[in-house]
Write a protein that binds this ligand. Structure first.
Ligand code: FES
Length: 92
């Protein structure tokens, strides 16, 4: 199964039916987001390697090599950097 490498530190399994944002959340991460619809740019990060497919229209500024995880899915192994996230706190 394809993997998503995040900030050169974390690996998670890729789920091609979910967006990158949803995949990170399902893996126990809390990535930064706001609109979840390609408008605000809060989720923006860099695509170091791999390919993504957009499932929505990117309205936020996305410089070259940047992606909006809320509206794209991994097409295979993907490496991202500058992802702002923290680990979900475990509930007792
Ligand atoms: S959360 Fe707003 S562009 Fe991704």
């Amino acid at each position: 199964m394809a993997t998503i490498r995040i900030n050169n530190a974390t690996y998670i399994k890729s789920n091609p039916s979910n967006t990158l944002l949803e995949t990170m959340e399902n893996a126990g991460l809390e990535p930064e987001y706001n609109c979840r619809d390609g408008h605000c740019g809060a989720c923006r990060c860099e695509l170091v390697s791999g390919e993504v497919e957009y499932v929505g229209f990117a309205m936020a500024y996305t410089p070259e090599n940047s992606v909006l995880p809320c509206i794209c899915r991994a097409k295979g192994d993907v490496e991202l950097s500058n992802v702002n996230y923290r680990l979900k706190e475990k509930q007792a």
